[in-house]
Design a protein. Structure first.
Length: 184
């Protein structure tokens, strides 16, 4: 009985991970990625006052318009994004990660990282990318925090805002995420 349950769990896991990474195999062209990234950033700054304020002050903004995440016990996530310096796309990155623990589901979301200093931008290219949680300080802004932030309280290297969440992913576990520069 336990062996059968393990096989079912493994089958669901395999299908989830295949779904996440198969969709990433059909990555957008450079032009399509720039369009979807720009549209996501415009929508975010229109709907979120903190994002608009951060956008005006940021040295660069890295926008991942669509990150897909799925898993059952073991999971994975992947997405591609554009680093904007003003109105110019200056580089392209992917974000990928793996997780392990009590978790199940599938989710799609976007996120934007507002780099407030040149040093924080430079950290992206150190050691072929960086792992979120290692290096410059990253502050994740949720709706409640956004309501209490002001320009005087915004003093960190990087602010990240998650947007356009669809699906459901729940669980507790260990997760790693790495952002790496790619050629488009």
């Amino acid at each position: 009985m336990l062996n059968l349950s393990f096989r079912n769990a493994f089958a669901v896991l395999a299908l989830s991970i295949v779904a996440v990474f198969t969709s990433s195999a059909h990555a957008e062209s450079r032009e399509a990625l720039e369009r979807s990234s720009r549209a996501a950033l415009n929508a975010l700054t229109t709907q979120n006052a903190i994002a608009k304020e951060l956008s005006a002050k940021a040295a660069a903004i890295l926008v991942f318009p669509s990150v897909k995440k799925a898993g059952f016990m073991v999971g994975g996530q992947y997405g591609e994004g554009v680093l904007w310096r003003g109105d110019k796309a200056s580089a392209f990155y992917n974000t990928g990660g793996a997780s392990f623990g009590f978790q199940a589901g599938a989710q799609e979301y976007g996120y934007a990282m507002f780099f407030m200093t040149e040093a924080s931008i430079n950290a992206l290219n150190v050691a072929q990318g960086f792992e979120v949680g290692v290096g410059p300080s990253v502050v994740l802004i949720d709706q409640g925090m956004a309501n209490s932030m002001t320009t005087t309280t915004m003093q960190k290297d990087i602010y990240a805002i998650i947007f356009s969440q669809k699906g459901l992913m729940a669980g507790i576990g260990i997760q790693g995420n790495k952002i790496t520069k790619i050629n488009k």
